[in-house]
Design a protein around this ligand. Structure first.
Ligand SMILES: C[S@@+](CC[C@H](N)C(=O)[O-])C[C@H]1O[C@@H](n2cnc3c(N)ncnc32)[C@H](O)[C@@H]1O
Length: 215
């Protein structure tokens, strides 16, 4: 059995990544020959396990994935999933004290554009995604792929924000109503020279490519 199928079989009930998303992710990774992958937001580690499985099935590549301590406290957590599939050699989990933005800073400071693919699935607010993609861009190779999840996300539509009225109230009505990931894709990515190659509406994904001539 492939590692990809093993992840599907073992973790069907673990949120979040669905099999249809994983199949599309596999196609994108293989079509773009992506080997050095960055993920923002691992939660239980399900999407991370799929990415590592896709790489393992090709016998190459590595995933670096970032989340908060709260994600590691989940049951099962990323370590449980990777141990169960014998995939730990394909991943470096990075545990952020406050935010992936600071962990990305450390990678930029260390130097080098090292990634050829980024799955961005954390912090969907204007500030989190806007600043996040700017930092990710500094780590992505020319021609690299930026896969944005939750293109239709908004604060007004977020169950998490609606369960925290004090937090939601900090945002104006127009900011709360705006699909902020989409707005980043419309305003910031073209400014950085990215092309939105596809929108996979049924998966709520946007696939953007960094210019091959970019620095
Ligand atoms: C939707 S979940 C990720 C799901 C996962 N990619 C999957 O498909 O299985 C989003 C994750 O982003 C993380 N996140 C949100 N804001 C963050 C931040 N500022 N720094 C680090 N992680 C963050 C959350 O802790 C959460 O685990």
């Amino acid at each position: 059995m492939s590692k990809f199928d093993l992840v599907t079989e073992k973790f069907a009930s673990v949120p979040y990544m669905r099999e249809a998303q994983a199949a599309a992710l596999k196609e994108l990774i293989i079509a773009n020959q992506a080997e050095n992958i960055l993920e923002i937001g691992f939660y239980h580690g399900k999407s991370s396990a799929y990415i590592a499985a896709i790489l393992e099935d090709q016998k190459r590549g590595h995933l670096t994935t970032i989340d908060l301590k709260t994600a590691v406290a989940r049951k099962p957590n990323i370590h449980d999933l990777f141990d169960a599939c014998d995939l730990t050699h394909r991943v470096t989990p990075v545990i952020a004290h406050r935010s992936y933005t600071w962990e990305l800073q450390k990678m930029i400071h260390a130097g080098g554009q090292r990634f050829d693919f980024c799955y961005f699935d954390g912090g969907h607010t204007w500030d989190g995604t806007g600043f996040g993609v700017l930092l990710v861009d500094m780590l992505l190779k020319p021609g690299g792929i930026l896969l944005l999840d939750d293109m239709s996300w908004s604060i007004a539509g977020s169950q998490y924000f609606q369960s925290k009225p004090a937090l939601a109230e900090r945002y104006s009505e127009d900011e709360a109503a705006t699909e902020t990931v989409r707005r980043v894709s419309e305003l910031i990515l073209p400014h950085l020279g990215y092309t939105m190659e596809q929108e996979l509406r049924e998966l709520r994904w946007g696939v953007a490519r960094k210019a091959r001539t970019a620095r």
